[in-house]
Ligand binder design. Sequence first.
Ligand SMILES: [Cu+2]
Length: 163
Amino acid sequence: MSPYPASPQQIIRRCLAVFALAAGAVLQAAPASAESRFFTVLAVEPRGGVTTDREPFPTQPLPGGGGYVTNPPNAQGRWEVSAYIWQPSQIVVNQGDEVTLEFVGINGAEHPTTITAFGQSFTLKRGHAHRVTFVADKAGMFGFVCGTHQPSMTGSLVVLPRP
Ligand SMILES: [Cu+2]
């Protein structure tokens, strides 16, 4: 150690070294072996509305595909907008994990759903749960997709590679 007080540059270098050590410890904390992971995924439709005396009904339509819905002003002048989404829309697991996704239909009559990368295809109906289990044996980013509510109802399953 130098007998002189540390310069600001030396202090910053020491802080960075400590941070790098801590970050390394966090990354190494990932489990060495595969785990069983469970997630609930809801089919939901957030909605907003207002009356035309406060905000005009939009003149530009939203993108097509069935995922976005606008209801024009009713007799009281109230109009609404909504979007179908998965909640959560992103799920992160480690390669090799056994993944269980429990899809639950909250809004919308039905959602024809595919997770092509893992061979899953089913129709989720409102008030029902549909559970799928598979091993995330390949790393990458894979969609879980409703065929009738696009582009908004596409989720991502992120499978982190194992070293
Ligand atoms: Cu849908």
